[in-house]
Design a protein around this ligand. Structure first.
Ligand code: APR
Length: 237
């Protein structure tokens, strides 16, 4: 049996990582997302963008996977599990998931914005959110940037293709912790629905996917995921 999990910021919320759109805590609440997370922002303020990502990189070192990440990793004992995540954190990997596809990139990989060579030097820790930090320079003179997909940029080809395959070949798709509003990623659960694949949504709030999902569990990720596979016969009939 192949289970594909499609996750968003909500699965990491219970690890203490703010989601993007929760206004009172969302990361965007304090910064202009266009300026901080876009190629235009990088062209005009690379120092501010680099500072923002250094801080997020630091913050990710201070949090741990939660019961939801651990449940998804444990499912590998019962099924072939693929994780397609919009998150740039590494909490799925740290929980033990072995097939993780980052459709929006990763906070933990860096490359040169000119020659695209991979940056392997240590990234300095930064325990508080400074306004400005100059990014390192590549030998070619380019600037080192995070492997995160910015607004207006294409998604990574290989991760996207693996994600489409994981959704198309799944016997079950579990969509957890995403507002399902950012495309093309949000189109992946819709692809599963179109394929007639059972889609279970786990989210305390309604989303645009809720009406078309096979089943919607209005629960948090850490309460719904640990027992979900065992509940499938009762849930799906
Ligand atoms: N368990 C499950 N879901 C939760 C929890 C929780 N404990 N807490 C919050 N949620 C839900 C919220 O109800 C919301 O629907 O998680 C969702 C988080 O939505 P967003 O903040 O929009 O995050 P996400 O869907 O991952 O955003 C998608 O948008 O800004 C871009 O690139 C960024 O990858 C991100 C993309």
């Amino acid at each position: 049996m192949q289970v594909t999990v499609f996750s968003g910021a909500g699965i990491s919320a219970e690890s203490g990582v703010p989601t993007f759109r929760d206004v009172e805590t969302g990361l965007w609440a304090h910064v202009d997302p266009y300026e901080i997370s876009s190629s235009h922002g990088w062209q005009t303020h690379p120092d501010r963008v680099w500072a923002w990502y250094l801080w997020r990189h630091h913050m990710m070192r201070t949090v741990d996977p939660n019961d939801a990440h651990r449940a998804v990793a444990a499912w590998e004992d019962y099924a072939q599990v693929h994780v397609v995540t919009q998150n740039v954190d590494n909490l799925h990997e740290r929980a033990g998931s072995s097939r993780v596809h980052h459709v929006h990139g990763s906070l933990f990989e860096f490359h040169c914005d000119r020659c695209r060579s991979v940056y392997t030097d240590e990234v300095p820790d930064m325990p508080e959110a400074l306004e400005s930090v100059d990014p390192p320079r590549c030998r070619c003179g380019g600037l080192i940037r995070p492997d995160v997909v910015w607004f207006g940029e294409p998604l990574p080809d290989e991760a996207w293709q693996r994600s489409v395959d994981a959704v198309v070949n799944a016997d079950l798709v579990v969509v957890v912790g995403t507002s399902s509003v950012v495309y093309p990623a949000a189109g992946l659960p819709e692809l599963a629905v179109a394929h007639g694949t059972p889609v279970i949504e786990v989210n305390p709030e309604r989303t645009p996917l809720s009406d078309s999902a096979t089943l919607t569990l209005r629960e948090t990720a850490s309460s719904a995921l640990p027992g979900l596979l065992q509940r499938l016969p009762a849930l799906l009939g």
